[in-house]
Design a protein around this ligand. Structure first.
Ligand code: AMP
Length: 432
C-alpha cells in the first residue's frame, strides 16, 4: 500500500449559514445561506468537477472526480470543547414536572445550545428553522415543547417527517423515553417494514406520527392517514430529505395539513430548495443557527493510493493494522457494498453491511452487531449510513469516492465523535 506524501494544512470550509447562536427573522435569511450545497466546498475540488451529475452514459452510477489532495489533512486542529453556558435550565421552560423528571432520569442536565434557544420560541407557538446537525439534541428540542403542548391540549397531533427509517425510529424512541409518565401515543410509518401494523396503528389514537415521506404519503393515498387534523409538523433533517428526492412527497403531504399548524424545520444546511419549502409552508419563522465548527478540520485525513488491480488487497492490508478497531467502509453501490462485506468475512474480518437492498430488520441487525463490537467493520452506502450513531468509530474508509463534498463531510463525521479522535482514509486510484 502506498500512502500519499502530499501534505496540506487544515482547510477552512466556509459556513453556509449564519454564525453560531444567531436568531434571525426571515428578512435576514437567505443571503449568505444561499451558497447551497456547493457553497460549502473547499477551493479547488468537489462538486464543480465531479458534481452530482451522472457520468458514464446513464448507467446509473455516479462518479466523482475530486482533487485527491482535498482528502489530506495530517495535522488536524486540536478540538477544544468549548463550554456552553445555557441561558436557561429545563425548569425555566414551563415543562410539566413529570416531563422534567423524565429529562433528569435520562441523565440530561442542561439544555444543549439548540434546545436553549429553540424551546422557549417553540413553547410560544412560533414556527422555527433550526440549523443544527445530528447529535445537537435537536430531537428533544422539538419533542419537549410538543409533548408539553399535547399535555395541555389533547387534540394536538404532530407529524414528524425524517429522511430515513432509522432517524424516524430514533425520534419515536426519544418520545417514548420523554413521555414515559404520560398517556401520549406515537407510531412510526416507515418503508421496508410490513404496512399492516402501521394501518392498524393509524386506526387508534396517535398523538405523534413519525415517518419517512414515501410511506407516509402511501398511507395518506390509501386513505388510512388523515392529515386534516394535524396541528404540528416537524421536518427533521430537511436538507437530507430534499437530497434524497422527497420534495414532491413532502409537498403533497403538507398540502392538506391545516395552514394554522405550527411547523418546526430542522436542517444542517439551508439550500435554495429548502428555502423554497420554508417560504411555501411556514409562517413567519424564526431562524436559530447552532452550527458547529467544521468537522473536516478536526479529523485526521489521508488518501490511500491503490492499483486498480489490487484494490481489495490494499484494503485487506490496511485492515491488518491493529489500530483500525472499529471501521466504517463506504461504497457507492448497494450490491458492491454487499459483495465487499462478504469478501471481508471470507478473509476472516468480521464485517456487516447496510444498504437499501436490505430490509429494515436486516439493517438493524447489522447495525447492532457493529455497535456491540461483534463485527469490526460496517460496509455502508451513503444513504443507509445517514443518521446512524455509533460511538468509537476509529476509522472511516472511503473505498469508493463520495459523489459530493457534502457526502464526504457526512461520511468522515461518523468518526471522531465526541472526545474520540478519528481518522478518515480515502481510496484514490493510482494514475497510470
Ligand atoms: P439528537 O441530536 O437529537 O440526535 O440527540 C443526540 C443525543 O443527545 C440523544 O441520545 C439525546 O438523548 C441526547 N441529548 C439530547 N439533549 C441532550 C442534552 N441537553 N444534554 C445531553 N444529551 C442530550
Amino acid at each position: 500500500m502506498e500512502q500519499s506524501a502530499q501534505r496540506r494544512g487544515p482547510r477552512r470550509r466556509p459556513h453556509s449559514s449564519g454564525g453560531a447562536g444567531g436568531s434571525r427573522r426571515p428578512g435576514g435569511r437567505g443571503h449568505g445561506s444561499h451558497g447551497g450545497r456547493g457553497g460549502g466546498r473547499p477551493q479547488g475540488g468537489g462538486r464543480g468537477q465531479g458534481g452530482r451529475g451522472r457520468q458514464g452514459g446513464g448507467g446509473g452510477r455516479q462518479q466523482s472526480t475530486f482533487d485527491p489532495t482535498q482528502f489530506i489533512n495530517k495535522n488536524p486542529v486540536e478540538v477544544k470543547e468549548e463550554v456552553f453556558v445555557p441561558k436557561h435550565s429545563f425548569a425555566d421552560f414551563g415543562l410539566h414536572p413529570r416531563l422534567l423528571s423524565a429529562i433528569t432520569n435520562l441523565g440530561i442536565e442542561n439544555p444543549s445550545p439548540i434546545q436553549d434557544q429553540t424551546i422557549p420560541l417553540a413553547m410560544e407557538g412560533k414556527d422555527l428553522i433550526g440549523l443544527a446537525e445530528t447529535g445537537s439534541g435537536k430531537t428533544a428540542a422539538f419533542l419537549l415543547p410538543l409533548i408539553q403542548k399535547t399535555l395541555t391540549n389533547q387534540n394536538e397531533i404532530t407529524l414528524v417527517l425524517a429522511p430515513t427509517r432509522e432517524l424516524a425510529l430514533q425520534a419515536e424512541s426519544e418520545l417514548n423515553k420523554f413521555a414515559t409518565a404520560f398517556k401520549i401515543y406515537g407510531t412510526c410509518l416507515v418503508g421496508g417494514t410490513n404496512i399492516r401494523p402501521q394501518i392498524r396503528a393509524l386506526k387508534r389514537r396517535q398523538d405523534f406520527v413519525f415517518g419517512t415521506p414515501g410511506r407516509v404519503l402511501d398511507l395518506i393515498n390509501q386513505g388510512y392517514f388523515k392529515t386534516q387534523n394535524i396541528t404540528n409538523v416537524v421536518l427533521d433533517e430537511a436538507d437530507r430529505m430534499l437530497d434524497m428526492g422527497f420534495i414532491h412527497d413532502m409537498r403533497k403531504i403538507l398540502a392538506d395539513v391545516p395552514r394554522d399548524r405550527q411547523t418546526l424545520f430542522f436542517s444542517a444546511t439551508m439550500t435554495r430548495e429548502a428555502e423554497a419549502l420554508v417560504n411555501d409552508f411556514m409562517r413567519d419563522p424564526v431562524t436559530i443557527s447552532v452550527k458547529k465548527k467544521d468537522v473536516t478540520d478536526s479529523i485526521k485525513q489521508d488518501v490511500v493510493v491503490y492499483d486498480p488491480s489490487y484494490k481489495l488487497d490494499t484494503l485487506l492490508t490496511l485492515l491488518g493494522k491493529e489500530e483500525l478497531q472499529r471501521v466504517i467502509i463506504f461504497g457507492q453501490m448497494k450490491h458492491q457494498v454487499e459483495k465487499l462485506a462478504r469478501e471481508l468475512s471470507r478473509s476472516g474480518i468480521k464485517a456487516e453491511s447496510i444498504h437499501g437492498n436490505k430490509t429494515h430488520g436486516q439493517r438493524q441487525r447489522s447495525l447492532s452487531a457493529f455497535k456491540s463490537g461483534n463485527a469490526r467493520v460496517l460496509v455502508a452506502t451513503d444513504v443507509a449510513a445517514r443518521g446512524i450513531h455509533v460511538d468509537g468509530v476509529t476509522h472511516v474508509i472511503n473505498y469508493d469516492l463520495p459523489t459530493t463534498f457534502e457526502d464526504y463531510v457526512h461520511r468522515i463525521g461518523r468518526t471522531g465523535r465526541g472526545v474520540h479522535k478519528g481518522e478518515a482514509l480515502t481510496f484514490v486510484p493510482k494514475k497510470r
